[in-house]
Design a protein around this ligand. Structure first.
Ligand SMILES: [Fe+2]
Ligand SMILES: [Fe+2]
Length: 369
């Protein structure tokens, strides 16, 4: 029984679990491969195993020592700060978006865990194995903690099943560096921006998990640092003409997908009291400032074509999804036309002139936000 139960609407904890697990097949949600869902990656592990960290040895050893000391060892445990969650009283639209947010965050965290663990398992290089061991440890905790929150609602993701059933996308190592570096730093920026917002507006904190974000994001920050150092071992990765175009591509892709995904969750952001346009621009701004440590270019997110381009991309991608669901010949045609519009919107964003920057001699940064 709970405070919201009435004789007509008498929901016990068990019934709520049954109702939610009937509505939300979170394992299926996490397994599905779409353009917008977090993916699982695989790569050329032998090539990564051959990385020689000698050129960055001093900074490397400091970072590894910090990871080894495991500052967040006891952090991912529920304690007295974990207030009771009123899943039953939560507005159904908000509940659906919040579960979707937790599932997609859990999948993204677990995707890192799977990739890092595999690198550790396949590698022979002691530097690389040690790093990936610590990062896999952290991501396993992150995914597990989010899954605990889902379990309270009776909708935990079956992570063991996910490992076997989800499709893996192959990326060559340099693409793993660009994509993973960015997703770690964006992860940091996203978690800390929400944390700071809720620190100023605690009345909007509708779930206790947000209280854990500050220490959490420091893990993501140091994972990003590790990829920055890995990229520094081979200057070509960030200086050749072709690779600069790839970096630009990854920045545009990762930023625009984040925009589309966040703008699909209006109730969730309303409940937090966060304006999505503001939030996303703020996350880009922090990420871009951090990424100057290693990338020689940055996207101009204040350019007059930036936000209109993102909006066009959102409409086109939503139309693609609608057409996919509609099916049939009409659906196929509508899908193709929406895909062409999404492609054009992406090209428009990609072609906005970038800013050129010079990465500093010393790559390492500390989390300051
Ligand atoms: Fe993580
Ligand atoms: Fe991470």
């Amino acid at each position: 029984m709970n405070a919201h139960a009435t004789p007509e609407n008498d929901t016990t904890h068990g019934e709520l679990h049954a109702e939610l697990s009937g509505k939300f097949d979170t394992t299926a949600m996490a397994t599905e491969t779409t353009l917008l869902n977090p993916r699982f990656y695989t790569t050329d592990f032998d090539e990564m195993d051959r990385i020689d960290v000698t050129p960055v040895r001093e900074e490397w050893d400091k970072l590894i020592a910090q990871m080894k000391s495991d500052p967040n060892k006891g952090h991912f445990k529920k304690n007295a700060d974990w207030d009771k969650v009123d899943w039953d009283g939560m507005d159904p639209a908000l509940r659906a978006e919040f579960i979707d947010f937790l599932v997609s965050s859990c999948t993204a965290e677990f995707s890192g865990c799977v990739l890092y663990k595999e690198m550790k398992r396949r590698g022979n290089n002691p530097d690389i194995c040690e790093l990936f061991n610590y990062m896999a440890r952290d991501e396993a905790r992150h995914a597990g903690f989010i899954n605990d929150a889902l379990r309270e609602a009776g909708v935990a993701v079956n992570l063991g099943f996910l490992t076997k059933a989800k499709k893996y996308t192959y990326f060559r190592p340099k693409f793993i560096y660009y994509a993973t570096y960015l997703s770690e730093k964006i992860g940091y920026a996203r978690y800390i921006t929400i944390y700071r917002h809720l620190e100023a507006h605690p009345e909007q904190r509708f779930h206790p998990i947000f209280k854990w974000f500050r220490e959490w994001c420091n893990d993501e920050f140091s994972h990003g640092e590790a990829f920055a150092l890995l990229m520094r071992t081979d200057p070509k990765l960030t200086t050749s003409f072709a690779n600069k175009l790839w970096i630009r591509f990854f920045l545009t892709a990762v930023y625009s997908v984040m925009w589309v995904r966040d703008h699909a969750r209006t109730d969730f952001h309303n409940a937090l009291g966060v304006d999505i346009d503001w939030y996303d621009q703020e996350v880009y701004r922090k990420t871009s400032a951090i990424a100057r440590q290693v990338f020689p270019i940055e996207l101009d997110i204040d350019h007059p074509r930036w936000i209109p381009g993102l909006r066009r991309m959102t409409v086109a991608m939503n139309d693609m999804e609608k057409a996919r669901k509609a099916g049939g010949i009409g659906g196929k045609i509508a899908h193709l036309s929406a895909m062409a519009r999404a492609g054009l919107a992406f090209a428009g964003l990609y072609l906005i002139p970038v800013k050129h920057t010079t990465p500093p001699v010393n790559v390492r940064l500390e989390p300051i936000y």
